[in-house]
Design a protein around this ligand. Structure first.
Ligand code: EPZ
Length: 422
């Protein structure tokens, strides 16, 4: 397995270009199931999760071509089996995103339950309950979700008990194919939902309220998108680069980003003391770390709150802040796996329930660590940039699921990072 060796403390210099958004690309790639014609994409990031998505679509019968360096993909859906098997969905929970498009297009689907992962049980009961409200019969048997449309998909008034990103994506797609209007309350407001909804609207859907907690959706026949679907920049990768700039106390120019999607992240890092200049109408940001970082209190929340996918990276930064910081994780029940690893560098972090308390500043010392999940691996890298001495991070395949060769981008900025096979 691959591991990274990082010599710290690192000094970064220059600019970094943000890749396409993983969490925008996945639902958009699965939405190709809705069409019979070839669907084209551009600015697709080169990630393991993209590889897994294409392989899953291929097992259903789709054909695809992927120019990895250009970031372009074309998919000819030609779906033959409406099944997303466990062997793929267990590798990538987002395989649940095949459920909505398969039922919408073919009236049936057999999709493996995603199962849990390092950060939590990750149930999909909200998806299933809402589908039943729309007249879809859904059984869960032997680890599979079996969905069938007995007569028609009916519009419904859905109120999600908790905000669910992929739940909103699946139900938004189904609602476009229902008879009658659908209202979704407590809908996710993430930019990835807006990106998917805007593409569906360009295909003839009638979705209003995108980016707000209430979506109104009327059924419409969808036509395939005329132009290639362009994947927007990854806001979590952008936030991770702010975190890396702070960790290495290096000025950094971030390009090809969309600062409008980062309001809560920018606010949090400005409270830490970081200078952030928004340039070029938000497509660039200049990060200017201060001499002293101030402790802060923060909690994760659904968009537009501070994203749970940035919690681990921020926690690594708070180790450098003066005073006691508190970070409350409100989305997932087990998203502090990175804490035990950060402690190995000398971080003074205690966890009580869903609150992590950090005493700082700590002088972190390099040590071997092990990645446990995608965003935790980013957090360990951020910490290694500020640690003194050599750090080895094992199981770095977690990182490659969601970041396009972060190690190469770091090396290009002057960090001493090498990838080894152990
Ligand atoms: C999406 O996961 C993202 N993944 C996650 O990013 C992100 O952390 C998460 O949203 C929260 O923002 C993709 O978009 C592919 P949820 P998702 O449904 O949709 C509970 C990353 O690092 N819940 O919004 O699976 C659930 O347990 C990944 O890129 C139910 O109880 O998350 C969690 O506590 C990690 N029942 C909360 O809601 C359900 O039916 C939010 O989950 C659905 C969710």
């Amino acid at each position: 397995m691959d591991a990274l060796i990082i010599e710290g403390p690192a000094q970064l210099k220059g600019s970094v270009d943000i890749s396409g958004s993983k969490n925008a690309a996945l639902p958009l790639l699965f939405s190709s199931i809705l069409f019979d014609e070839e669907i084209r994409f551009k600015n697709v990031p080169r990630l393991w999760d993209i590889e897994t998505t294409l392989s899953l679509l291929e097992t259903m019968g789709a054909e695809f071509s992927w120019e990895k360096d250009e970031g372009t993909i074309s998919i000819l859906p030609s779906i033959k089996t409406k099944m997303a098997p466990y062997e793929w969905v267990r590798r990538m929970r987002a395989g649940i995103l095949a459920l909505g498009p398969l039922v919408a297009k073919y009236g049936e689907a057999k999709v493996s339950l995603p199962g849990g992962c390092a950060i939590g049980a990750r149930p999909v009961n909200f998806h299933i309950d809402a589908m039943k409200q729309m007249g879809i019969s859904v059984e869960v048997e032997q680890g599979y979700i079996k969905a069938q449309v007995p007569k028609r998909i009916s519009g419904a008034h859905i109120v999600f008990p908790q905000v669910t990103v992929t739940g909103t994506e699946n139900l938004m797609i189904l609602a476009c194919h229902a008879e009658g209007a659908t209202r979704i309350e407590n809908a996710a407001q993430e930019p990835e939902i807006v990106a998917l909804g805007e593409v569906l609207n360009r295909c003839g859907a009638k979705i209003s309220g995108l980016g707000t907690p209430v979506l109104e959706i009327e059924a419409r026949r969808l036509n395939p998108p005329v132009n290639p679907i362009s994947i927007p920049p990854d806001r979590i990768e952008t936030g991770t680069w702010i975190s890396a700039s702070v960790a290495s106390r290096s000025e950094l120019l971030i390009r090809n980003c969309d600062s409008a999607q980062l309001t809560s992240i920018i606010q949090a890092y400005r409270r830490l003391g970081t200078g952030i200049d928004v340039l070029s109408d938000g497509a660039q940001m200049k990060i200017r770390p201060p001499d002293r970082y101030e402790a802060l209190e923060l909690e994760t929340a659904p968009y537009p709150g501070f994203p749970t996918d940035m919690q681990a990276q921020m926690l690594a930064n708070l180790c450098l802040a003066w005073g006691k910081s508190r970070l409350r994780e409100t989305i997932f029940e087990n998203r502090f796996m990175h804490v035990a690893e950060l402690r190995r560098l000398g971080a003074k972090i205690s966890v009580q329930g869903n609150v992590a308390e950090v005493d700082g500043p700590s002088i972190l010392q390099g040590a071997p660590m092990m990645a446990t999940d995608l965003r935790a691996s980013a957090s360990l890298i951020v910490a290694a940039l500020s640690a003194h001495g050599q750090t080895k991070i094992s199981r770095i395949y977690h990182l490659d699921r969601g970041y396009q060769r972060l190690d190469r981008k770091l090396s290009a900025l002057g960090a001493r990072v090498t990838r080894i096979i152990e």
